[in-house]
Write a protein that binds this ligand. Structure first.
Ligand code: APR
Length: 230
């Protein structure tokens, strides 16, 4: 029998217990930096060095952190479920925990792409990228990150995935940022839906979610119990 599809929409809270800051919690990244200075195409045009450095720091941090219990349980669940992760996170912790099917809605820190030829994408791992680092055709490289004001190419692919879910889980996202947040409305009415977050999250569209009000690690433990103890 084919496995049931477990589809997960993850956000920054998924990686918080690994030591990566979220964006909108108190002390979050957007309290320390201004979005319009580091995370827009206009910011990159105005001050590319500052923007490159912001992402160089985020990228370097990946070498210092490890996947947490939440990432690991999700990877374990692959033995029971066909797990598809749709993540807003740009870190590589789902991959490093062993999850196989991961769609990055907002890009990946370990990659860069050409400012002139966006299909030229390169792996840089955790290395810094400087002004003057160019693609094969001589154009400056930029972080492979979807900035505010840019299209989210992976959204189209995500809609049918959420729609095909047999179980849908939202974890560690404030659901503030669209179009990612809008994905929740594509889960079918009759499938069990869970939201794991230590804080209250306003669920758009008045949808019916089972709320597991816990941190990612203990929340995933609870979810695993609920899914497998049936
Ligand atoms: N475990 C689970 N959830 C947590 C934890 C934790 N340990 N700590 C915090 N959270 C929850 C918060 O309660 C909040 O609901 O994680 C959520 C984090 O929300 P945001 O900081 O808004 O992050 P996210 O929703 O991923 O942001 C979306 O915004 O700026 C951008 O591009 C960036 O992808 C990001 C997007």
């Amino acid at each position: 029998m084919s496995k049931k599809k477990l589809v997960v929409l993850s956000g920054a809270g998924m990686s918080a217990e690994s030591g990566i800051s979220t964006f909108r919690d108190s002390g979050g990244l957007w309290e320390k930096y201004k979005i319009e200075e580091v995370a827009t195409p206009e910011a990159f045009a105005a001050n590319p060095e500052l923007v490159l450095e912001f992402y160089n720091q985020r990228r370097a941090q990946l070498a210092e952190v490890e996947p947490n219990l939440g990432h690991k349980i999700l990877a374990e669940l692959q033995s029971e479920y066909d797990v598809q992760i749709i993540t807003q996170n740009v870190d590589n912790l789902h991959e490093r925990a062993g999850s196989k099917n991961i769609l990055h809605l907002h890009g990946e820190l370990t990659k860069v792409h050409s400012t002139k030829y966006p299909d030229l994408i390169y792996d840089v791992g955790t290395k810094a990228v400087k002004l003057g680092d160019n693609c094969a055709k001589g154009a400056q490289l930029r972080p492979h990150i979807v900035w505010f004001g840019e299209a989210v190419p992976a959204i189209d692919e995500s809609v049918p995935i959420v729609n095909a879910a047999d179980v849908f889980v939202v974890i560690g996202t404030s659901l503030n940022v669209y179009p990612a947040a809008g994905l929740v409305m594509y889960a079918r009415n009759d499938v069990p839906k869970y939201i794991i977050d230590p804080n209250d999250v306003e669920i758009p569209y008045g949808l019916n979610f089972n709320v597991i009000k816990k941190l990612a690690g203990e929340g995933m433990e609870e979810l695993k119990k609920r899914l497998l103890d049936k």
